[in-house]
Design a protein around this ligand. Sequence first.
Ligand SMILES: NC(=O)c1ccc[n+]([C@@H]2O[C@H](COP(=O)([O-])OP(=O)(O)OC[C@H]3O[C@@H](n4cnc5c(N)ncnc54)[C@H](OP(=O)(O)O)[C@@H]3O)[C@@H](O)[C@H]2O)c1
Length: 294
Amino acid sequence: MPTITVTGANGHLGRLVVQHLLQKGVNPADLRVSVRDMSKAADLHAQGIDVRHGDFDDFASIRDAFSGSDSVLIISTDRVGSRIEQHLRAVRAAKEAGVKHLAYTSLVKAVINQQTNAEAPLAVEHRATEKAIFESGITYTILRNSFYAEFLVTPVVQALASGVYMSSIGDTPLGCAVRTDYAEAAALVLTQPGHENQVYELTTPKAWTVSDLVQVVQKVSGKILDYQQQVSDTDMISAMRAAGASESDAQMAVGMNQMIRSGMLSLVAPDLEQVLGHAVTSLEDQVRSMLKTG
Ligand SMILES: NC(=O)c1ccc[n+]([C@@H]2O[C@H](COP(=O)([O-])OP(=O)(O)OC[C@H]3O[C@@H](n4cnc5c(N)ncnc54)[C@H](OP(=O)(O)O)[C@@H]3O)[C@@H](O)[C@H]2O)c1
């Protein structure tokens, strides 16, 4: 079995990719992770996985971590603003290390604002990375993930505590899956043939709305929520702060609503289910898992 390296394996998504690879029968001896803090990956080492130090800010560390790997999954870092340099360094390291297949977690095309046709700032870093990968000549698979449904955990949990689901996005449709679906898709493209030089728009095949979400939350929790769907951003921040949310959580929720309102998360596509070979996690199961993690 070829050696597969996963970066960011101490992060949420990376951990899930490793779990899915193991569940799909990859021998731990054929698996490597590249992490900044090796002590946090002690459990992976104990399972027989090769744990290497790899920091995208340190070229030699990632070139060495990738060396001898047939496939590498580059998980985009969370350092928004520094990611072009970091990711381009990782692509160059993969090239120097002789990696044959490079997969990368990008962001859906939907981050083009449907109203203004402008590309979202977050997307710029991903597009630059994709370009570097195409130009590297390495066989690639681009995993353009939509947003993680886990971002809705905070508003859902707060709504259950207060009895009010406040939103400012009306019935704008949403297409976003849970991390485990994206992680399983990544594990599959790393272990199956047929994904070479493909760009996948990984989102749900059917959109849902916040009205649908509220209905499902009510069904799963057994609680009735007062759904206020046309709240202004300012009122939302005030209400969330009054309910005990931190300023940053309140700002994040409002920022999320602004993105949703602009249609950035409305893209739907069959790619995720096609790669998975089964249905994506249903909205009801997404909510069940949100309530568990919340
Ligand atoms: N589609 C979406 O909705 C969405 C939302 C949030 C994030 N994302 C993207 O998806 C990625 C994975 O998500 P997640 O939930 O797993 O995020 P996460 O748990 O915050 O993980 C971020 C990962 O980035 C790694 N990282 C940061 N700086 C690095 C560096 N200099 N060199 C190597 N690795 C570095 C971290 O490594 P350490 O463990 O060593 O700190 C960590 O594993 C995020 O980093 C972000 O690019 C997408």
